[in-house]
Ligand binder design. Structure first.
Ligand code: ATP
Ligand code: MG
Length: 561
Protein backbone atom coordinates (compact mmCIF):
# COMPACT_ATOMS: atom_id res chain seq x y z
CA UNK A 1 0.00 0.00 0.00
CA UNK A 2 1.37 3.39 -0.88
CA UNK A 3 0.35 6.78 0.37
CA UNK A 4 0.25 9.62 -2.10
CA UNK A 5 2.21 12.81 -1.80
CA UNK A 6 0.42 15.61 -0.09
CA UNK A 7 0.75 18.12 -2.93
CA UNK A 8 -0.34 17.54 -6.50
CA UNK A 9 2.41 18.48 -8.89
CA UNK A 10 1.75 19.13 -12.57
CA UNK A 11 1.14 15.57 -13.70
CA UNK A 12 2.79 13.79 -16.57
CA UNK A 13 -0.28 14.17 -18.76
CA UNK A 14 -0.17 17.94 -18.36
CA UNK A 15 3.46 17.83 -19.42
CA UNK A 16 2.56 15.90 -22.58
CA UNK A 17 -0.17 18.41 -23.39
CA UNK A 18 2.21 21.33 -22.84
CA UNK A 19 4.71 19.73 -25.22
CA UNK A 20 1.99 19.11 -27.81
CA UNK A 21 0.92 22.72 -27.54
CA UNK A 22 4.48 23.86 -28.04
CA UNK A 23 5.03 21.64 -31.07
CA UNK A 24 1.59 22.64 -32.37
CA UNK A 25 0.68 18.96 -32.78
CA UNK A 26 -3.05 19.64 -32.49
CA UNK A 27 -2.95 23.31 -33.44
CA UNK A 28 -3.04 24.18 -29.75
CA UNK A 29 -6.36 22.43 -29.23
CA UNK A 30 -7.07 20.39 -26.10
CA UNK A 31 -10.13 18.20 -26.38
CA UNK A 32 -10.73 15.30 -23.99
CA UNK A 33 -13.70 13.06 -23.26
CA UNK A 34 -15.06 10.85 -20.53
CA UNK A 35 -16.29 7.63 -22.17
CA UNK A 36 -18.30 5.44 -19.77
CA UNK A 37 -20.03 2.27 -20.82
CA UNK A 38 -23.61 2.51 -19.50
CA UNK A 39 -23.51 -0.88 -17.80
CA UNK A 40 -23.45 0.27 -14.19
CA UNK A 41 -23.28 3.29 -11.93
CA UNK A 42 -20.22 5.51 -11.76
CA UNK A 43 -17.84 4.97 -8.86
CA UNK A 44 -15.02 6.90 -7.23
CA UNK A 45 -12.57 5.53 -9.81
CA UNK A 46 -14.65 7.04 -12.60
CA UNK A 47 -14.68 10.28 -10.64
CA UNK A 48 -10.91 10.35 -10.90
CA UNK A 49 -11.16 9.97 -14.67
CA UNK A 50 -13.91 12.62 -14.92
CA UNK A 51 -11.94 15.11 -12.83
CA UNK A 52 -8.87 14.40 -14.94
CA UNK A 53 -10.56 14.79 -18.34
CA UNK A 54 -12.74 17.76 -17.48
CA UNK A 55 -9.99 19.26 -15.33
CA UNK A 56 -7.47 19.19 -18.19
CA UNK A 57 -9.98 20.82 -20.53
CA UNK A 58 -10.59 23.56 -17.95
CA UNK A 59 -6.92 24.06 -17.28
CA UNK A 60 -5.93 24.36 -20.92
CA UNK A 61 -8.99 26.29 -22.09
CA UNK A 62 -10.16 23.27 -24.07
CA UNK A 63 -13.27 21.13 -24.24
CA UNK A 64 -14.41 17.84 -22.77
CA UNK A 65 -17.13 15.56 -24.13
CA UNK A 66 -19.30 13.07 -22.36
CA UNK A 67 -19.62 10.00 -24.54
CA UNK A 68 -21.43 6.79 -23.84
CA UNK A 69 -19.56 3.82 -25.23
CA UNK A 70 -22.78 1.93 -25.77
CA UNK A 71 -21.75 -0.82 -28.16
CA UNK A 72 -23.01 -3.82 -26.20
CA UNK A 73 -26.83 -3.89 -26.14
CA UNK A 74 -27.06 -6.91 -23.86
CA UNK A 75 -25.56 -5.22 -20.79
CA UNK A 76 -26.63 -1.62 -21.14
CA UNK A 77 -29.64 0.19 -19.77
CA UNK A 78 -31.21 3.63 -19.84
CA UNK A 79 -31.18 3.66 -16.03
CA UNK A 80 -27.38 3.69 -16.17
CA UNK A 81 -27.28 6.43 -18.78
CA UNK A 82 -29.49 8.65 -16.63
CA UNK A 83 -27.51 8.01 -13.47
CA UNK A 84 -24.20 8.75 -15.23
CA UNK A 85 -25.47 12.05 -16.64
CA UNK A 86 -26.71 13.00 -13.21
CA UNK A 87 -23.46 12.04 -11.48
CA UNK A 88 -21.16 13.95 -13.85
CA UNK A 89 -23.33 17.04 -13.38
CA UNK A 90 -23.33 16.57 -9.65
CA UNK A 91 -19.54 16.47 -9.61
CA UNK A 92 -19.76 19.93 -11.11
CA UNK A 93 -18.73 19.37 -14.72
CA UNK A 94 -20.41 20.57 -17.87
CA UNK A 95 -20.03 19.04 -21.33
CA UNK A 96 -21.68 22.13 -22.83
CA UNK A 97 -24.03 20.18 -25.04
CA UNK A 98 -21.37 17.74 -26.22
CA UNK A 99 -23.15 14.60 -25.12
CA UNK A 100 -22.47 11.78 -27.56
CA UNK A 101 -23.12 8.09 -27.95
CA UNK A 102 -20.97 5.57 -29.79
CA UNK A 103 -24.30 4.28 -31.11
CA UNK A 104 -24.64 7.59 -32.99
CA UNK A 105 -21.73 6.33 -35.07
CA UNK A 106 -23.09 2.87 -35.93
CA UNK A 107 -23.64 3.75 -39.58
CA UNK A 108 -20.26 5.47 -39.85
CA UNK A 109 -18.54 2.51 -38.19
CA UNK A 110 -20.30 0.15 -40.57
CA UNK A 111 -19.02 2.23 -43.50
CA UNK A 112 -15.54 2.11 -42.00
CA UNK A 113 -15.83 -1.68 -41.85
CA UNK A 114 -16.85 -1.81 -45.51
CA UNK A 115 -13.79 0.21 -46.44
CA UNK A 116 -11.50 -2.15 -44.54
CA UNK A 117 -13.09 -5.14 -46.29
CA UNK A 118 -12.74 -3.50 -49.70
CA UNK A 119 -9.09 -2.71 -49.02
CA UNK A 120 -8.44 -6.32 -48.02
CA UNK A 121 -7.98 -5.36 -44.37
CA UNK A 122 -10.93 -7.27 -42.93
CA UNK A 123 -12.66 -10.58 -43.50
CA UNK A 124 -15.66 -12.55 -42.38
CA UNK A 125 -14.68 -15.54 -40.28
CA UNK A 126 -16.99 -18.49 -39.73
CA UNK A 127 -15.11 -20.26 -36.98
CA UNK A 128 -16.90 -20.57 -33.67
CA UNK A 129 -15.86 -18.35 -30.79
CA UNK A 130 -14.13 -21.34 -29.22
CA UNK A 131 -12.20 -22.14 -32.41
CA UNK A 132 -11.15 -18.51 -32.72
CA UNK A 133 -9.77 -18.70 -29.21
CA UNK A 134 -7.87 -21.88 -30.04
CA UNK A 135 -6.42 -20.36 -33.22
CA UNK A 136 -5.27 -17.32 -31.36
CA UNK A 137 -2.10 -18.88 -29.96
CA UNK A 138 -0.42 -17.77 -26.75
CA UNK A 139 2.16 -15.24 -25.65
CA UNK A 140 4.88 -17.71 -26.63
CA UNK A 141 3.24 -19.33 -29.67
CA UNK A 142 1.99 -17.58 -32.78
CA UNK A 143 -1.66 -17.94 -33.77
CA UNK A 144 -2.97 -20.00 -36.69
CA UNK A 145 -4.76 -18.47 -39.63
CA UNK A 146 -8.44 -19.23 -39.94
CA UNK A 147 -9.33 -21.25 -43.04
CA UNK A 148 -11.66 -18.36 -43.94
CA UNK A 149 -8.90 -15.75 -43.85
CA UNK A 150 -8.41 -15.94 -47.62
CA UNK A 151 -12.02 -15.16 -48.59
CA UNK A 152 -12.35 -12.79 -51.51
CA UNK A 153 -13.45 -9.18 -51.05
CA UNK A 154 -16.72 -10.00 -52.83
CA UNK A 155 -17.49 -12.93 -50.59
CA UNK A 156 -16.63 -10.89 -47.48
CA UNK A 157 -18.84 -8.00 -48.58
CA UNK A 158 -21.67 -10.36 -49.34
CA UNK A 159 -21.46 -12.16 -46.00
CA UNK A 160 -21.04 -8.97 -43.98
CA UNK A 161 -24.07 -7.39 -45.63
CA UNK A 162 -26.07 -10.54 -44.88
CA UNK A 163 -24.86 -10.44 -41.27
CA UNK A 164 -26.28 -6.93 -41.11
CA UNK A 165 -29.50 -8.03 -42.78
CA UNK A 166 -30.12 -10.51 -39.99
CA UNK A 167 -29.63 -13.72 -41.97
CA UNK A 168 -27.38 -15.34 -39.38
CA UNK A 169 -27.56 -16.52 -35.84
CA UNK A 170 -25.30 -15.15 -33.12
CA UNK A 171 -21.83 -16.67 -33.39
CA UNK A 172 -22.28 -17.96 -36.92
CA UNK A 173 -19.97 -15.34 -38.46
CA UNK A 174 -17.87 -12.45 -37.21
CA UNK A 175 -15.94 -9.73 -38.99
CA UNK A 176 -12.22 -9.67 -38.19
CA UNK A 177 -9.41 -7.28 -38.96
CA UNK A 178 -6.74 -8.87 -41.14
CA UNK A 179 -3.53 -7.92 -39.40
CA UNK A 180 -1.01 -10.52 -38.27
CA UNK A 181 -1.69 -13.90 -36.62
CA UNK A 182 1.93 -14.01 -35.44
CA UNK A 183 1.97 -10.55 -33.85
CA UNK A 184 3.64 -10.40 -30.43
CA UNK A 185 0.69 -8.31 -29.22
CA UNK A 186 -2.30 -10.64 -29.05
CA UNK A 187 -4.68 -7.76 -29.75
CA UNK A 188 -3.17 -7.57 -33.25
CA UNK A 189 -3.94 -11.20 -34.11
CA UNK A 190 -6.89 -10.49 -36.32
CA UNK A 191 -9.18 -9.08 -33.61
CA UNK A 192 -12.94 -9.38 -33.99
CA UNK A 193 -14.52 -6.11 -35.18
CA UNK A 194 -18.20 -7.05 -35.43
CA UNK A 195 -20.43 -9.77 -34.06
CA UNK A 196 -24.08 -10.66 -34.51
CA UNK A 197 -26.22 -9.85 -31.47
CA UNK A 198 -29.98 -10.17 -31.78
CA UNK A 199 -30.79 -7.80 -28.97
CA UNK A 200 -32.60 -4.52 -28.74
CA UNK A 201 -30.34 -1.54 -28.19
CA UNK A 202 -31.41 1.14 -25.71
CA UNK A 203 -31.10 3.81 -28.40
CA UNK A 204 -31.14 2.18 -31.83
CA UNK A 205 -33.81 -0.39 -31.01
CA UNK A 206 -33.83 -3.21 -33.55
CA UNK A 207 -32.19 -1.23 -36.31
CA UNK A 208 -28.99 -3.24 -35.99
CA UNK A 209 -28.25 -6.87 -35.31
CA UNK A 210 -24.50 -6.54 -35.77
CA UNK A 211 -22.61 -4.53 -33.18
CA UNK A 212 -19.02 -3.23 -33.27
CA UNK A 213 -16.63 -4.49 -30.63
CA UNK A 214 -15.47 -1.84 -28.16
CA UNK A 215 -12.04 -1.94 -29.81
CA UNK A 216 -13.49 -1.15 -33.20
CA UNK A 217 -15.66 1.66 -31.85
CA UNK A 218 -13.58 3.44 -29.29
CA UNK A 219 -10.67 4.80 -31.29
CA UNK A 220 -12.83 5.82 -34.22
CA UNK A 221 -15.31 7.56 -31.91
CA UNK A 222 -12.40 9.57 -30.51
CA UNK A 223 -11.31 10.32 -34.05
CA UNK A 224 -14.78 11.42 -35.18
CA UNK A 225 -15.04 13.78 -32.21
CA UNK A 226 -11.56 15.09 -32.99
CA UNK A 227 -10.36 14.28 -29.48
CA UNK A 228 -6.76 15.38 -29.03
CA UNK A 229 -5.76 13.51 -25.88
CA UNK A 230 -7.59 10.25 -25.43
CA UNK A 231 -6.93 9.42 -21.80
CA UNK A 232 -7.59 5.92 -20.55
CA UNK A 233 -6.45 3.41 -17.98
CA UNK A 234 -3.34 1.25 -18.28
CA UNK A 235 -5.06 -1.92 -19.48
CA UNK A 236 -5.61 -0.18 -22.83
CA UNK A 237 -1.91 0.32 -23.45
CA UNK A 238 -1.81 -2.95 -25.42
CA UNK A 239 -4.83 -1.85 -27.44
CA UNK A 240 -3.23 1.38 -28.58
CA UNK A 241 -1.40 -0.22 -31.56
CA UNK A 242 -4.74 -1.61 -32.74
CA UNK A 243 -6.51 1.76 -32.45
CA UNK A 244 -3.64 3.35 -34.33
CA UNK A 245 -3.83 0.63 -37.00
CA UNK A 246 -7.54 1.23 -37.61
CA UNK A 247 -7.06 4.98 -37.82
CA UNK A 248 -4.15 4.57 -40.22
CA UNK A 249 -5.91 2.08 -42.52
CA UNK A 250 -9.01 4.26 -42.57
CA UNK A 251 -6.94 7.37 -43.18
CA UNK A 252 -8.79 9.39 -40.56
CA UNK A 253 -7.76 11.92 -37.92
CA UNK A 254 -5.52 10.43 -35.21
CA UNK A 255 -5.97 11.27 -31.52
CA UNK A 256 -3.14 10.63 -29.05
CA UNK A 257 -3.94 7.96 -26.48
CA UNK A 258 -2.35 8.38 -23.05
CA UNK A 259 -2.67 5.75 -20.32
CA UNK A 260 -2.68 6.28 -16.56
CA UNK A 261 -3.06 3.98 -13.56
CA UNK A 262 -6.59 3.37 -12.36
CA UNK A 263 -7.57 4.30 -8.85
CA UNK A 264 -7.67 1.49 -6.32
CA UNK A 265 -8.83 2.08 -2.78
CA UNK A 266 -8.35 -0.03 0.32
CA UNK A 267 -11.47 -1.83 1.61
CA UNK A 268 -13.15 -1.22 -1.74
CA UNK A 269 -14.03 -3.21 -4.83
CA UNK A 270 -14.23 -1.10 -7.94
CA UNK A 271 -15.12 -3.55 -10.70
CA UNK A 272 -18.58 -2.85 -12.05
CA UNK A 273 -19.19 -6.56 -12.38
CA UNK A 274 -18.59 -6.99 -8.64
CA UNK A 275 -20.62 -3.93 -7.70
CA UNK A 276 -23.50 -5.25 -9.81
CA UNK A 277 -23.26 -8.58 -8.02
CA UNK A 278 -23.42 -6.85 -4.62
CA UNK A 279 -26.63 -5.15 -5.75
CA UNK A 280 -28.18 -8.22 -7.42
CA UNK A 281 -27.44 -10.56 -4.54
CA UNK A 282 -28.75 -8.06 -2.01
CA UNK A 283 -25.52 -7.59 -0.06
CA UNK A 284 -26.34 -3.89 -0.22
CA UNK A 285 -29.68 -2.12 -0.63
CA UNK A 286 -28.89 -0.79 -4.10
CA UNK A 287 -26.36 1.10 -6.20
CA UNK A 288 -26.83 4.06 -3.87
CA UNK A 289 -26.33 2.14 -0.64
CA UNK A 290 -24.18 4.50 1.47
CA UNK A 291 -21.53 1.77 1.79
CA UNK A 292 -21.03 1.57 -1.97
CA UNK A 293 -18.09 3.36 -3.63
CA UNK A 294 -20.50 4.64 -6.29
CA UNK A 295 -21.01 8.37 -6.60
CA UNK A 296 -24.68 7.87 -5.78
CA UNK A 297 -23.69 5.89 -2.68
CA UNK A 298 -21.11 8.43 -1.59
CA UNK A 299 -23.59 11.25 -2.14
CA UNK A 300 -26.20 9.50 -0.05
CA UNK A 301 -23.55 8.89 2.56
CA UNK A 302 -23.03 12.65 2.77
CA UNK A 303 -19.97 13.10 0.58
CA UNK A 304 -19.81 16.41 -1.25
CA UNK A 305 -18.67 16.88 -4.82
CA UNK A 306 -16.01 19.26 -3.52
CA UNK A 307 -14.49 16.60 -1.27
CA UNK A 308 -14.34 14.10 -4.12
CA UNK A 309 -12.78 16.65 -6.47
CA UNK A 310 -10.21 17.62 -3.84
CA UNK A 311 -9.40 13.95 -3.35
CA UNK A 312 -9.02 13.35 -7.09
CA UNK A 313 -6.79 16.38 -7.34
CA UNK A 314 -4.58 15.27 -4.49
CA UNK A 315 -4.02 11.72 -5.69
CA UNK A 316 -3.03 13.01 -9.13
CA UNK A 317 -2.17 10.60 -11.92
CA UNK A 318 0.54 8.01 -12.13
CA UNK A 319 1.90 5.47 -14.58
CA UNK A 320 1.96 2.58 -12.13
CA UNK A 321 -0.78 0.93 -10.16
CA UNK A 322 -1.08 1.71 -6.47
CA UNK A 323 -3.69 1.40 -3.76
CA UNK A 324 -4.81 4.56 -2.02
CA UNK A 325 -5.73 4.40 1.65
CA UNK A 326 -9.45 5.08 2.02
CA UNK A 327 -8.56 7.21 5.04
CA UNK A 328 -7.39 9.85 2.56
CA UNK A 329 -10.86 10.08 1.02
CA UNK A 330 -12.33 10.36 4.51
CA UNK A 331 -9.83 13.08 5.32
CA UNK A 332 -11.18 15.24 2.48
CA UNK A 333 -14.82 14.91 3.43
CA UNK A 334 -13.92 15.79 7.03
CA UNK A 335 -12.09 18.88 5.81
CA UNK A 336 -15.07 19.99 3.78
CA UNK A 337 -17.72 19.24 6.40
CA UNK A 338 -15.66 20.81 9.16
CA UNK A 339 -15.88 24.05 7.22
CA UNK A 340 -19.53 23.80 6.28
CA UNK A 341 -21.53 21.55 8.58
CA UNK A 342 -23.64 23.05 11.33
CA UNK A 343 -22.94 21.68 14.78
CA UNK A 344 -25.84 20.18 16.70
CA UNK A 345 -26.26 18.00 19.74
CA UNK A 346 -27.46 14.43 19.28
CA UNK A 347 -27.60 11.69 21.87
CA UNK A 348 -27.03 8.27 20.31
CA UNK A 349 -27.75 6.10 23.28
CA UNK A 350 -29.79 8.14 25.73
CA UNK A 351 -29.69 8.09 29.52
CA UNK A 352 -32.20 10.33 31.26
CA UNK A 353 -30.98 12.96 33.72
CA UNK A 354 -33.33 14.82 36.06
CA UNK A 355 -31.92 18.09 37.36
CA UNK A 356 -33.69 18.09 40.68
CA UNK A 357 -33.07 21.72 41.66
CA UNK A 358 -34.14 23.10 38.25
CA UNK A 359 -37.68 24.56 38.34
CA UNK A 360 -40.33 22.31 36.87
CA UNK A 361 -41.87 23.64 33.66
CA UNK A 362 -39.06 26.13 33.08
CA UNK A 363 -37.36 26.27 29.66
CA UNK A 364 -34.31 28.36 28.84
CA UNK A 365 -32.99 28.97 25.35
CA UNK A 366 -29.23 28.51 25.45
CA UNK A 367 -27.03 30.23 22.86
CA UNK A 368 -24.99 27.86 20.75
CA UNK A 369 -22.42 28.57 18.05
CA UNK A 370 -23.40 26.98 14.74
CA UNK A 371 -19.89 26.50 13.40
CA UNK A 372 -16.75 27.72 15.12
CA UNK A 373 -14.92 27.34 11.76
CA UNK A 374 -17.32 29.68 10.00
CA UNK A 375 -17.98 33.10 11.57
CA UNK A 376 -20.84 33.72 9.14
CA UNK A 377 -22.74 30.63 10.31
CA UNK A 378 -24.16 32.48 13.31
CA UNK A 379 -25.83 31.20 16.46
CA UNK A 380 -28.87 29.21 17.32
CA UNK A 381 -30.82 28.60 20.49
CA UNK A 382 -31.12 25.22 22.12
CA UNK A 383 -33.86 24.61 24.68
CA UNK A 384 -32.79 23.45 28.14
CA UNK A 385 -35.13 22.06 30.79
CA UNK A 386 -35.29 19.99 33.96
CA UNK A 387 -35.08 16.64 32.16
CA UNK A 388 -32.40 15.98 29.61
CA UNK A 389 -30.76 13.05 27.86
CA UNK A 390 -27.06 12.47 27.98
CA UNK A 391 -25.01 9.76 26.33
CA UNK A 392 -25.08 6.51 28.30
CA UNK A 393 -21.32 6.21 27.66
CA UNK A 394 -20.76 9.56 29.35
CA UNK A 395 -21.62 8.10 32.73
CA UNK A 396 -19.75 5.46 34.74
CA UNK A 397 -20.88 4.39 38.15
CA UNK A 398 -17.40 3.24 39.00
CA UNK A 399 -15.22 5.41 36.81
CA UNK A 400 -11.95 3.99 35.55
CA UNK A 401 -8.79 6.01 35.97
CA UNK A 402 -8.93 7.79 32.66
CA UNK A 403 -12.67 8.44 32.68
CA UNK A 404 -13.27 12.17 33.23
CA UNK A 405 -16.95 12.42 32.49
CA UNK A 406 -19.97 12.00 34.75
CA UNK A 407 -19.82 9.73 37.82
CA UNK A 408 -21.47 9.77 41.25
CA UNK A 409 -20.44 12.93 43.11
CA UNK A 410 -18.60 14.33 40.13
CA UNK A 411 -19.22 17.64 38.38
CA UNK A 412 -19.23 18.06 34.60
CA UNK A 413 -20.14 20.77 32.13
CA UNK A 414 -23.19 20.51 29.91
CA UNK A 415 -22.18 22.13 26.66
CA UNK A 416 -23.75 25.60 26.17
CA UNK A 417 -25.64 25.16 29.49
CA UNK A 418 -24.64 24.57 33.12
CA UNK A 419 -22.40 22.56 35.39
CA UNK A 420 -24.14 19.61 36.99
CA UNK A 421 -23.21 17.22 39.78
CA UNK A 422 -24.46 13.65 39.91
CA UNK A 423 -26.15 13.00 43.25
CA UNK A 424 -28.12 9.81 42.78
CA UNK A 425 -28.14 6.80 40.46
CA UNK A 426 -31.54 5.20 39.80
CA UNK A 427 -31.62 1.54 38.71
CA UNK A 428 -34.25 -0.90 37.57
CA UNK A 429 -34.90 -4.31 39.10
CA UNK A 430 -32.03 -5.83 37.08
CA UNK A 431 -29.58 -3.32 38.46
CA UNK A 432 -29.36 -1.39 35.24
CA UNK A 433 -28.95 2.37 35.46
CA UNK A 434 -32.09 4.02 34.10
CA UNK A 435 -31.86 7.56 35.36
CA UNK A 436 -29.53 9.99 37.11
CA UNK A 437 -30.51 12.66 39.55
CA UNK A 438 -28.27 15.68 39.36
CA UNK A 439 -28.21 19.26 40.56
CA UNK A 440 -27.05 22.28 38.61
CA UNK A 441 -25.22 25.45 39.56
CA UNK A 442 -27.25 28.46 38.31
CA UNK A 443 -24.09 30.59 38.38
CA UNK A 444 -22.58 28.59 35.52
CA UNK A 445 -25.05 29.53 32.78
CA UNK A 446 -23.54 29.24 29.33
CA UNK A 447 -21.03 26.67 30.54
CA UNK A 448 -18.64 28.92 32.49
CA UNK A 449 -18.21 29.32 36.23
CA UNK A 450 -17.39 32.72 37.80
CA UNK A 451 -14.88 31.07 40.16
CA UNK A 452 -13.15 29.27 37.23
CA UNK A 453 -13.25 25.97 39.03
CA UNK A 454 -11.78 23.09 37.18
CA UNK A 455 -14.08 20.86 35.15
CA UNK A 456 -12.74 17.97 33.14
CA UNK A 457 -15.68 16.66 31.16
CA UNK A 458 -18.00 18.46 28.78
CA UNK A 459 -21.09 16.54 27.68
CA UNK A 460 -23.62 17.08 24.96
CA UNK A 461 -27.29 16.71 25.85
CA UNK A 462 -30.81 17.08 24.52
CA UNK A 463 -33.87 18.30 26.41
CA UNK A 464 -36.36 15.45 26.86
CA UNK A 465 -39.42 17.57 26.17
CA UNK A 466 -37.93 19.05 22.99
CA UNK A 467 -36.05 16.07 21.61
CA UNK A 468 -36.69 14.77 18.13
CA UNK A 469 -36.38 11.03 17.71
CA UNK A 470 -34.37 9.61 14.84
CA UNK A 471 -32.95 6.46 13.39
CA UNK A 472 -29.23 6.72 12.80
CA UNK A 473 -27.26 4.41 10.55
CA UNK A 474 -23.62 3.93 11.38
CA UNK A 475 -21.43 2.53 8.64
CA UNK A 476 -18.19 0.68 8.75
CA UNK A 477 -16.19 -0.52 5.74
CA UNK A 478 -18.19 -2.86 3.52
CA UNK A 479 -15.29 -5.33 3.55
CA UNK A 480 -13.27 -6.51 6.47
CA UNK A 481 -9.94 -6.57 4.65
CA UNK A 482 -8.02 -3.77 2.92
CA UNK A 483 -7.73 -6.02 -0.16
CA UNK A 484 -11.24 -7.41 -0.70
CA UNK A 485 -10.47 -8.55 -4.26
CA UNK A 486 -8.10 -11.15 -2.85
CA UNK A 487 -10.36 -13.98 -1.80
CA UNK A 488 -9.18 -17.18 -0.16
CA UNK A 489 -8.96 -20.42 -2.17
CA UNK A 490 -12.34 -21.53 -3.39
CA UNK A 491 -14.10 -18.35 -2.27
CA UNK A 492 -15.10 -15.19 -4.03
CA UNK A 493 -14.75 -11.61 -2.86
CA UNK A 494 -18.12 -11.70 -1.08
CA UNK A 495 -16.45 -13.89 1.55
CA UNK A 496 -14.65 -10.70 2.60
CA UNK A 497 -17.86 -8.78 3.28
CA UNK A 498 -17.94 -7.21 6.73
CA UNK A 499 -21.06 -8.54 8.50
CA UNK A 500 -21.02 -5.48 10.77
CA UNK A 501 -20.82 -2.81 8.10
CA UNK A 502 -24.19 -1.38 9.11
CA UNK A 503 -25.35 -0.67 12.63
CA UNK A 504 -28.75 0.90 13.20
CA UNK A 505 -29.52 3.01 16.26
CA UNK A 506 -33.27 3.32 16.75
CA UNK A 507 -33.54 5.66 19.66
CA UNK A 508 -31.40 8.67 18.90
CA UNK A 509 -32.43 12.02 20.38
CA UNK A 510 -31.70 15.20 18.48
CA UNK A 511 -31.94 18.86 19.39
CA UNK A 512 -35.00 20.43 17.73
CA UNK A 513 -33.06 22.62 15.28
CA UNK A 514 -32.65 19.59 12.99
CA UNK A 515 -36.35 19.91 12.19
CA UNK A 516 -35.14 22.21 9.39
CA UNK A 517 -32.96 19.52 7.81
CA UNK A 518 -33.49 18.80 4.16
CA UNK A 519 -32.16 15.94 2.08
CA UNK A 520 -28.41 16.03 1.89
CA UNK A 521 -28.04 18.54 4.74
CA UNK A 522 -24.97 17.64 6.74
CA UNK A 523 -24.42 18.21 10.43
CA UNK A 524 -21.66 17.65 12.84
CA UNK A 525 -23.24 15.83 15.74
CA UNK A 526 -20.96 17.21 18.41
CA UNK A 527 -18.36 14.71 19.60
CA UNK A 528 -19.85 12.02 17.29
CA UNK A 529 -19.06 12.73 13.67
CA UNK A 530 -20.69 14.06 10.53
CA UNK A 531 -24.20 12.99 9.62
CA UNK A 532 -26.66 13.73 6.84
CA UNK A 533 -30.36 13.29 6.41
CA UNK A 534 -31.20 10.16 4.43
CA UNK A 535 -33.79 9.70 1.69
CA UNK A 536 -35.59 7.08 3.81
CA UNK A 537 -36.82 9.90 6.06
CA UNK A 538 -40.63 10.05 6.28
CA UNK A 539 -43.09 12.32 8.04
CA UNK A 540 -43.02 9.84 10.93
CA UNK A 541 -39.34 9.07 11.07
CA UNK A 542 -36.11 11.02 10.66
CA UNK A 543 -33.24 8.93 9.30
CA UNK A 544 -29.62 10.03 9.38
CA UNK A 545 -26.49 8.47 7.93
CA UNK A 546 -23.12 8.81 9.53
CA UNK A 547 -20.77 10.07 6.83
CA UNK A 548 -17.58 9.79 8.88
CA UNK A 549 -16.48 9.88 12.48
CA UNK A 550 -14.49 12.84 13.78
CA UNK A 551 -11.39 10.71 14.26
CA UNK A 552 -8.96 11.48 11.48
CA UNK A 553 -6.87 8.39 10.87
CA UNK A 554 -5.23 10.00 7.85
CA UNK A 555 -3.60 12.67 10.04
CA UNK A 556 -2.24 9.83 12.18
CA UNK A 557 -0.84 8.02 9.15
CA UNK A 558 0.86 11.24 8.11
CA UNK A 559 2.53 11.89 11.44
CA UNK A 560 3.78 8.31 11.69
CA UNK A 561 5.67 8.65 8.41
P1 ATP B 1 -15.49 -2.32 -16.84
O1 ATP B 1 -15.02 -2.86 -15.52
O2 ATP B 1 -16.91 -2.62 -17.20
O3 ATP B 1 -14.50 -2.33 -17.99
P2 ATP B 1 -14.77 0.37 -16.33
O4 ATP B 1 -14.72 0.56 -14.87
O5 ATP B 1 -13.55 0.35 -17.16
O6 ATP B 1 -15.67 -0.84 -16.58
P3 ATP B 1 -15.96 2.24 -18.15
O7 ATP B 1 -17.37 2.65 -18.22
O8 ATP B 1 -15.36 1.57 -19.32
O9 ATP B 1 -15.81 1.39 -16.87
O10 ATP B 1 -15.07 3.45 -17.70
C1 ATP B 1 -15.18 4.74 -18.19
C2 ATP B 1 -13.89 5.46 -17.99
O11 ATP B 1 -13.53 5.49 -16.62
C3 ATP B 1 -12.76 4.77 -18.72
O12 ATP B 1 -12.00 5.74 -19.40
C4 ATP B 1 -11.96 4.12 -17.64
O13 ATP B 1 -10.62 4.07 -18.00
C5 ATP B 1 -12.21 5.04 -16.44
N1 ATP B 1 -12.10 4.30 -15.19
C6 ATP B 1 -12.80 3.21 -14.83
N2 ATP B 1 -12.40 2.76 -13.62
C7 ATP B 1 -11.43 3.60 -13.21
C8 ATP B 1 -10.60 3.68 -12.03
N3 ATP B 1 -10.71 2.79 -11.03
N4 ATP B 1 -9.71 4.68 -11.95
C9 ATP B 1 -9.61 5.58 -12.93
N5 ATP B 1 -10.34 5.57 -14.06
C10 ATP B 1 -11.23 4.60 -14.21
MG1 MG C 1 -13.95 -0.25 -19.40
Amino acid sequence: MTTPEITSAANFIEKIIEEDNQSNKFGGRVHTRFPPEPNGYLHIGHAKSICLNFGLAEKFGGMANLRFDDTNPSKEEVEYVDSIINDVHWLGFDWEGRLFYASDYFQQLYDFALKLIKDGNAYVDSLTAEQIRQHRGTLTEPGKASPYRGRSVEENLNLFERMKAGEFKEGEHVLRAKIDMAAGNLNMRDPVMYRVIHAEHHRTGNQWCIYPMYDFAHGQSDSLERITHSICTLEFEDHRPLYDWFVEKLGIYAPQQIEFARLNLTYTVMSKRKLLLLVREGHVTGWDDPRMPTLSGLRRRGYTAQAIRDFADRIGVAKNESVIDIALLEYFIRQDLNRHAQRVMAVMNPLKVVITNYPEGMVEEMDAVNNPEDPTAGMRQVPFSREIYIERDDFMEEPSKKFFRLAPGREVRLMHAYYIICNEVIKDEHGEVIELHCSYDPATRGGDSPDKRKIQGTLHWVSVAHAMAAEVRLYDQLFNTPTPDEAAEGQDFTANLNPNSLQILNNVKLEPSVAHASLGTSYQFLRQGYFCLDADTTAEKLVFNRTVTLRDTWAKIQTKQ
